[in-house]
Design a protein around this ligand. Structure first.
Ligand code: AP5
Length: 222
């Protein structure tokens, strides 16, 4: 019998390092990375009606309404690749109603990682963040600087990565995160995210390996 693939949710304040850890998790575990923020930015880039509406909320640092987000993520999650390889949901669910939409479909994670980073570090992380539009890689001018001049010259910044907007995003995060904790109580693992990227990943990796071992163990003893 083949074990079910791993199902992971990752949450945390804006710039707590979700995207950065997801890149590393994806490489090691081969899970399909589904980022709600990336899906929304793709809608914006494609100029769809949903994208236009979503942007109004993202600019205010608020949650995009469920009627846009819930189906968008659900459709991606139900694609065959995610079902076969396992998934890594990044920034979703972010509210009680989003979590309940998944519960209704019987979709639950094996593990819910909550990255914990003190607020005072988040602003600096946000304003220094840069993205490589060619590779999608996440950089930071101070903490993960680009490897060479060619990359450096093409880096872009997100429209919501200003000090003013990150404060609003942070408020939204704190208003909503509590309601998730009770739903995923049995699978939550809090990880301190204020260490070096590799040190944070070492903790994440240990937790994922242990989740995976538990699943494989269950199949082996079945
Ligand atoms: P989203 O794109 O998900 O943004 P976010 O939650 O604010 O998180 P970020 O992407 O800013 O940060 P991250 O945790 O991925 O950090 P990163 O690894 O890049 O959402 C954007 C908007 O879309 C929301 O505001 C909302 O409007 C909407 N939205 C999204 N999901 C939604 C949902 N479910 N429902 C409704 N609306 C939704 O790292 C940040 C920086 O720090 C980088 O520069 C990185 O290099 C650096 N860094 C990372 N780790 C470390 C480390 N350990 N040490 C030093 N620097 C580090």
């Amino acid at each position: 019998v083949k074990a079910d693939p791993l199902k992971v949710m990752i949450a945390g304040a804006p710039a707590s390092g979700k995207g950065t850890q997801c890149e590393l998790i994806k490489t090691k575990y081969g899970l399909v990375h589904i980022s709600a923020g990336d899906l929304l930015r793709a809608e914006i880039a494609a100029g769809t009606d949903n994208g236009k509406r979503a942007k109004e909320f993202m600019e205010k640092g608020q949650l995009v309404p469920d009627e846009i987000v819930v189906n968008m993520v659900k459709e991606r999650l139900l694609q065959p690749d995610a079902q076969e390889k396992g998934w890594l949901l990044d920034g979703y669910p972010r509210s009680y109603s989003q979590a309940m939409a998944l519960e209704t479909l019987g979709i639950r994670p094996d593990i819910f990682i909550l990255l914990d980073v003190p607020d005072e570090l988040l602003v600096e992380r946000v304003v220094g963040r840069r993205l490589d539009p060619v590779t999608g890689k996440i950089y930071h001018l101070k903490y993960s600087p680009p490897e060479n001049e060619e990359i450096s010259s093409r880096l872009t910044q997100r429209f919501d990565d200003t000090e003013e907007k990150v404060k609003l995003r942070l408020q939204t995060h704190y208003q909503n995160v509590e309601s998730l904790l009770s739903i995923y109580d049995d699978v939550i693992v809090k990880i301190k995210g204020d260490a070096l990227v590799d040190q944070v990943f070492a903790q994440v990796d240990e937790q994922l390996t242990s989740s995976l071992d538990k699943k494989t163990g269950m199949v082996a003893s079945a």
